[in-house]
Design a protein around this ligand. Structure first.
Ligand code: GL2
Length: 834
C-alpha cells in the first residue's frame, strides 16, 4: 500500500513557517535570508555559488525537519534498522533530486525566477560527490533512495573521501586524470558531527595473557590509533517524510596523539602522524573490479567498518538492549567483500570489548551479516596477503584463524575430508605466500548470500561459490539489481515523465510496474509522435553538449548509439569500435551505400593503471578523428568520446539514446544497471545474454531486443576446448581489414606502434572472445539498421521497452531484500507533533 503523502497532504501537515514552508513565498524568503545570514552577501554582489548555497540551505532546512522527525520516531519505538556497509556511494548531485523528492521543484523554479535567477543555472553549478567507481557505488545510492522511499529505517555507512573518483580529460585522444576536489566550495548537504567519533586501532602486536578468571586473552597493542568523525548526509524518500542517514567517516588524528608527542618535544613526529591518520580517508581507489592489495586500502576498509560497528553497538546499547541481542536492532548488508572484515571486527568487539564468550559472539555475528556478491571476475575477488593483513590487523588475523579452525572442523565431516573441497572452502589460501580470502570470510560469517541478477546468482552457485552453495544452499538467493526511477527518469528526463504521466498518471514514479499502462498506447500514432518528439528534443540537447565539450557536430536525426560505462576489456568497447570501422570501410568501398546515419557516443573512465583500457580510449578517439573528418563519410557516421562520465553527465546522455550497447562477454557482467536506465528511457538494447540483459529481454520481449553472441555456457566450452582468435581473424574479411588498419597505423597517422599491445592481445589471446562474437554482432547491427528505418516500428519498440521495465526499479529490489533477507518493515514518519 502507498502510505506516502501526496503533495497537498504534505503541505497540510507541515508547520508552515518562514523557515520550512513549501510555498513559493516562503522559499523565496528563505533564499533571501540565507543569502544574507549564511553567505553574508546582498543580491548585487552575490555570485552564482552564493545563490546555490542559499538555495541549498533552504532545501536542507526542509529536509532537516523530516530528518529529525525520522530519527525521533526510530528511537522512540523499537524497529529493526537496515545498515548498509559500502566502501562506495556514487550519489550524484543532490539539489535537483531533493527538490523532486520534497515535491517542490515547480515552486522552487518559480521562487528563483522571481528573484531573477534561473534554477537550471544553479543546478548546473553543483559539483557531484563522486564517492564511487561505477555500478557498485551507484547501486548503493539507488538503494538508499529506495529504502527512504519505502519508509524503511536505514543507515548507510561509508567513507567520506576527500577526493572522489578522478576527473577525466582527453588530451590528444588519451585519458588524463585530474584530482576531484569536490569539497573545495564546501558541502551544504552534510552535517559534521564533530562530537561523534570513534577510535580505530591499526598495526602493532598482540600480548597474550591469562586473566583472573583463567581465561586466555589477547591484548592488542596498536602502532597507531586514528579517529573517525561522522559526517551525516540526509537521504530523503520520494514524497514521504522518511529521511534516512548516510554516515560517512572522515579520518583524523586523535587529539591525545599530538598532545603526547608535543609534550615529548617531538613536534615533527606529531605532525607526521597527523598526516598518516588523515590519509586513511584521503582518496577513493579508482580501480573498478580489480583488487590491488594495497595496505592503505585495507586500512580504509577496516577504518570505516570499525567506526560503523562501534556506532551501531552504541545505538543498540543506548536503546537499553543487551549486547547479545544486537541482531534484533541491526541487519548489516555487506556491499561486496570490501567491508567483509566487519565479520572479524564484530567478533573482536564482542570478545575483547564486550566480554562475550566465543560461541555467543559467533551466534550474534553470524545472524547479523548478509553478503552481496557483485562479480565473478577472478581479478576482483579480494585476497589479502597474510603478512600484510597481519601487519595491519594482528588481532583480526588471530580471530580469522579461529573462525577458520572451527569452520573446517565442522565441514571436514560433511565433505568426508575431501582435501580439494577443504582447500577451496578454507579462509586461508596456500601458495608461495599465504593469503586471506575475503569472499570465504563473508560466506562463513553471513546468514544470507546473494547475487545481483538471475544468471549471475546461478553462475555463483556453479562456479566461484559452489562449495559454499553445497554446504549452505538455504543461504543463497538472487536479488536482481534495480535503479531509482526518481533520478533516472523524473530528474533526468522531465519531458518523458510529463508525457507518461499525462497518459497514466504519476503513480508509476513509486510503483514502476504501472508503466505497463503505456502498452495500450504503443500503436497510437499521436502518442508515438509525442514519444519520438521527446526523444528528438533530448538528442538535440545532447548534441549541443557534445558540441560544447568536444567541438564535434552531430546530427540529432541520426541514430544515437550509446555505450557509457567504465572502460573494461570485458565490457568490449573495442567490439563496438570494430563495428564502427566495419561501417566506415563499407562506405569507403562503396561511397554511395545506403546506410543508417549513426552517432556513436562512448563515455567512461579507465582505471589509471589499466593500460589496455586506456589504449581502448585512445583507439576510440583515433577512429573518431578519421571517421568524423573523412569527406566520403558525408557525416553519416560520427564517433564521440564524451569526457568525464559521471552521474551528472549520465543524466544528460541516457534520455538521448536510441540504442543501448550492452555487449559484454556472456558470464562476465554480473548485472549491469546502465542497461536498465537506458531501456527505461526508451532505448532499445543490443546485447548478449549476460547479467540483467537476460531478464530485461524476458520483460521487454525478444522481438524488442537485439540479441547476439555466445551464451555463457558456450563461452566456457569454447575456452575449455582451446580458443583460437587468429583463425577467426584470418577467415573474416571485414574483421581482418579492420584489425589490419588498426595495427598498420591507419587511424594513428601511420604510427604502427600505438595500438600494438591491444592488437596483440586480440589476435593471440582475446580472453573476452571479441572475434568469436564479431560476425554475430555485425549481423545483429545490420538488423538494428533495418528496424530503425521503420520509424513506426521503432517508436513502438521504444515505448514497449519503457512500458515493460517495471521490474527494474530499485524499489522492487529493496522490497525483496526487506522481505527475504533483512526482515524489516516500513515505519511511516509523521511530522505532527515534531
Ligand atoms: C559491479 C558489476 O560489475 C555490475 O555488473 C553490477 O551491476 C554492479 C552492481 O551490482 O556491481 N561489480 C563491481 O565490482 N562493480 C560493478 O559495477 N564495480
Amino acid at each position: 500500500e502507498d502510505r506516502g503523502l501526496d503533495q497537498n497532504e504534505v503541505q497540510n501537515v507541515l508547520v508552515e513557517d518562514a523557515r520550512t514552508g513549501l510555498t513559493v513565498e516562503t522559499l523565496k524568503k528563505a533564499i533571501q535570508n540565507n543569502l544574507f545570514y549564511v553567505q553574508g552577501k546582498y543580491p548585487e554582489i552575490a555570485t552564482r555559488n552564493d545563490y546555490y548555497m542559499a538555495l541549498a540551505y533552504a532545501v536542507r532546512d526542509r529536509i532537516l525537519q523530516r530528518w529529525v522527525a525520522s530519527v525521533k520516531q526510530y528511537l522512540q519505538e523499537k524497529h529493526r534498522i537496515v545498515s548498509y556497509l559500502s566502501a562506495e556511494y556514487l550519489l550524484g548531485p543532490h539539489l535537483a533530486n531533493n527538490l523532486i523528492n520534497l515535491g517542490i521543484y515547480k515552486e522552487t523554479e518559480q521562487a528563483t525566477k522571481e528573484l531573477g535567477i534561473s534554477l537550471d543555472w544553479l543546478i548546473e553549478k553543483e559539483v557531484e560527490p563522486g564517492l564511487g567507481n561505477g555500478g557498485l557505488g551507484r547501486l548503493a545510492a539507488c538503494y538508499m533512495d529506495s529504502l527512504a522511499t519505502l519508509e524503511v529505517p536505514a543507515i548507510g555507512y561509508g567513507i567520506r573521501y576527500q577526493f572522489g573518483i578522478f576527473e577525466q580529460d582527453i588530451r590528444d585522444g588519451w585519458q588524463v586524470e585530474d584530482t576531484d576536489n569536490w569539497l573545495r566550495r564546501g558541502n551544504p548537504w552534510e552535517i559534521a558531527r564533530r562530537e561523534l567519533s570513534y577510535d580505530v586501532k591499526l598495526g602493532g602486536y598482540l600480548q597474550h595473557y591469562t586473566d583472573r578468571d583463567g581465561k586466555f586473552r589477547s591484548k592488542w597493542i596498536p602502532e597507531l590509533t586514528v579517529k573517525g568523525v561522522a559526517y551525516d548526509t540526509p537521504i530523503l524518500g520520494y514524497k514521504v517524510n522518511t529521511t534516512n542517514t548516510l554516515r560517512l567517516w572522515k579520518s583524523e588524528a586523535p587529539r591525545s596523539f599530538d598532545f603526547q608527542s608535543f609534550n615529548a618535544g617531538d613536534y615533527n613526529f606529531a605532525v607526521n602522524q597527523k598526516i598518516v591518520c588523515e590519509n586513511l580517508s584521503k582518496v577513493l581507489y579508482p580501480n573498478d573490479e580489480t583488487l590491488n592489495g594495497k595496505k592503505l586500502r585495507l586500512q580504509q576498509q577496516y577504518f570505516f567498518v570499525s567506526c560503523s560497528l562501534q556506532d551501531m553497538i552504541g545505538i543498540h546499547l543506548r536503546q537499553g538492549e543487551k549486547i547479545e541481542d544486537f541482531q534484533s536492532t541491526f541487519s548489516v548488508q555487506l556491499n561486496d567483500t570490501h567491508p567483509a572484515v566487519a565479520i572479524a571486527e564484530m567478533m573482536r568487539l564482542l570478545l575483547d570489548e564486550h566480554d562475550l564468550d566465543w560461541s555467543t559472539a559467533w551466534r550474534v555475528t553470524s545472524r547479523t551479516f548478509a553478503y552481496t556478491n557483485h562479480t565473478l571476475l577472478p581479478e576482483a575477488l579480494e585476497k589479502w596477503d597474510l603478512e600484510l593483513f597481519q601487519s595491519v590487523l594482528p588481532r583480526h588475523l588471530e580471530i580469522i584463524y579461529e573462525i577458520n579452525r572451527r569452520f573446517l572442523d565442522e565441514v571436514t565431516v560433511r565433505v568426508y575430508g575431501d582435501p580439494e573441497k577443504i582447500r577451496s572452502l578454507s579462509l586461508i589460501g596456500e601458495g608461495p605466500r599465504k593469503y586471506i580470502k575475503m569472499a570465504n570470510l563473508a560466506c562463513v560469517g553471513s546468514y544470507a548470500i546473494n547475487g545481483v541478477a538471475a544468471l549471475h546468482t546461478e553462475l555463483l552457485k556453479k562456479t566461484v561459490l559452489k562449495d559454499f552453495y553445497a554446504l549452505y544452499p538455504e543461504k543463497f538467493s538472487n536479488k536482481t539489481n534495480g535503479v531509482t526511477p526518481r533520478r533516472w527518469m523524473v530528474l533526468s528526463n522531465p519531458k518523458l515523465t510529463e508525457l507518461i504521466s499525462s497518459k497514466i498518471g504519476d503513480g508509476w514514479i513509486k510503483h514502476l510496474e504501472e508503466l505497463s499502462g503505456l502498452e495500450k498506447f504503443a500503436d497510437d500514432p499521436d502518442f508515438q509522435k509525442q514519444w519520438m518528439d521527446v526523444k528528438l528534443e533530448m538528442k538535440k540537447n545532447l548534441a549541443r553538449k557534445i558540441k560544447n565539450r568536444t567541438g564535434i557536430d552531430v546530427n540529432p536525426e541520426s541514430m544515437f548509439d550509446i555505450q557509457v560505462k567504465r572502460i573494461h576489456e570485458y565490457k568490449r568497447q573495442h567490439l563496438n569500435i570494430l563495428h564502427v570501422i566495419t561501417l566506415y570501410n563499407r562506405i569507403k568501398q562503396n561511397p554511395e551505400i545506403d546506410i543508417v546515419p549513426r552517432t556513436f557516443v562512448f563515455a567512461g573512465k579507465a582505471a589509471p593503471g589499466y593500460k589496455l583500457a586506456k589504449l581502448m580510449i585512445k583507439l576510440i578517439n583515433s577512429v573518431g578523428d578519421i571517421v568524423n573528418n573523412d569527406p566520403d563519410v558525408k557525416d553519416r557516421l560520427k564517433v564521440v568520446f564524451y569526457p568525464n562520465y559521471n552521474v551528472t553527465n549520465a543524466q544528460k546522455i541516457y534520455p538521448a539514446a536510441d540504442l543501448s550497447e550492452q555487449i559484454s562477454t556472456a558470464g562476465k557482467e554480473a548485472s549491469g544497471t546502465g542497461n536498465m536506465k537506458l531501456s527505461m528511457n526508451g532505448a532499445l538494447t543490443i546485447g548478449t545474454l549476460d547479467g540483467a540483459n537476460v531478464e530485461i529481454r524476458e520483460c521487454v520481449g525478444e522481438e524488442n531486443f537485439f540479441l547476439f553472441g555466445l551464451t555463457a555456457e558456450e563461452v566456457a566450452r569454447i575456452k575449455s576446448e582451446g580458443y583460437n582468435p587468429y583463425g577467426y581473424y584470418q577467415n573474416n574479411a571485414e574483421l581482418k581489414l579492420a584489425m589490419d588498419q588498426i595495427s598498420s597505423g591507419y587511424f594513428s597517422h601511420l604510427d604502427d606502434t600505438v595500438f600494438k599491445d591491444l592488437v596483440k592481445s586480440l589476435l593471440y589471446d582475446d580472453q573476452f572472445l571479441l572475434f568469436a562474437d564479431y560476425q554475430s554482432y555485425i549481423e545483429c547491427q545490420d538488423k538494428v539498421d533495418v528496424a530503425y528505418r521503420d520509424k513506426v516500428k521503432w517508436a513502438k519498440m521504444s515505448i514497449l521497452n519503457t512500458a515493460r521495465m517495471g521490474k527494474f526499479s530499485s524499489d522492487r529490489s529493496i522490497q525483496e531484500y526487506c522481505e527475504d533477507i533483512w526482515k524489516v518493515k516500513s515505519v511511516p514518519v509523521s511530522l505532527n507533533g515534531n
